[in-house]
Design a binder for this molecule. Structure first.
Ligand code: 6PG
Length: 250
């Protein structure tokens, strides 16, 4: 199947409403369990409003920070303090102020020689956190996985036509060249690892997302269409500006 049959599109008015809805879903996922929680973040501009919201006192005081662990679905192979670093962005916007340092799990770009080495080390870290070397469909790796979509239909750093799209065994792989800007090597979780979650939550806002969303909803075989939660819900949170004009008619 080229895309998850469990996808649900939720539309909201604008980026502010979208961030609020995403924060509510994140909190609901956390409150669904009283144990350790694992959230996989994403980079790019789409989640930034959500991250800003989580740092506000109103939201910050709602989250049980000591039991929430933060991972990243893909990383640009640049140093941790580089402005392009995805986890660096999340740290600056909210994690450094809110989360215990030991609960933040960045992809180790600083002391890895290659993207592949960083991928192998992160895969080991994920396996040790999970407590097993194989994913068990009845016990998802993540409670929530955040995702964005690029103009070519990539998600995380899984680009159309690249080998990472069809990876079934590895949890994390190195990606020597990016398909879109910024043109730096990447490290990405694979579809099976990202899909091992109770909820996969895509965020798309703005008219610049309309063209790719139209292709996704038409069922094109794109990485973003192949990404879905294998254990739970797949939600596409979309604002009005990103919606195809004929959306209501579908
Ligand atoms: C990255 C992201 C990537 C992103 C999409 C959408 O490293 O760039 O993880 O997958 O989510 O490219 O990016 P925008 O949110 O900036 O549109």
């Amino acid at each position: 199947m080229s895309h998850g049959s469990n996808r649900r599109v939720i539309t909201v008015s604008d980026p502010v409403a979208l961030a609020n809805m995403a924060a509510q879903r994140l909190l609901a996922r956390i409150e669904a369990s009283d144990g350790r929680i694992a959230i996989c973040l994403t980079g790019g501009s789409s989640p930034q409003k959500l991250y800003q919201l989580l740092a506000t006192e109103a939201w910050r005081s709602k989250l049980p920070w000591p039991r929430v662990h933060w991972f990243i679905g893909d990383e640009r192979f640049v140093r941790a303090e580089d402005p392009l670093n995805n986890m660096g962005m999340a740290r600056r916007v909210f994690l450094d102020r809110c989360a215990p340092a030991a609960n933040v799990h960045p992809i180790p770009t600083d002391n890895s020689a290659t993207p592949e080495e960083a991928a192998q080390r992160y895969e080991e870290e994920l396996k040790s956190f999970y407590g097993a070397k194989a994913l068990d469909p009845s016990r998802p790796l993540f409670d929530l996985v955040l995702m964005g979509v690029g103009p070519d239909g990539h998600t995380a750093s899984i680009f159309p036509g690249y080998p990472a799209v069809s990876e079934t065994r590895r949890w994390v792989v190195g990606v020597p060249n990016a398909h879109v800007e910024p043109f730096v090597p990447r490290v990405t979780l694979t579809l099976p690892a990202l899909g091992s979650c109770r909820e996969m939550l895509f965020e798309l806002a703005g008219s610049e997302k309309r063209a790719i969303l139209t292709r996704v909803l038409a069922g094109e075989n794109l990485p973003a269409n192949r990404a879905h939660s294998t254990a739970g819900e797949t939600i596409w949170l979309v604002d009005e500006a990103a919606l195809p004009e004929d959306f209501g008619a579908r």
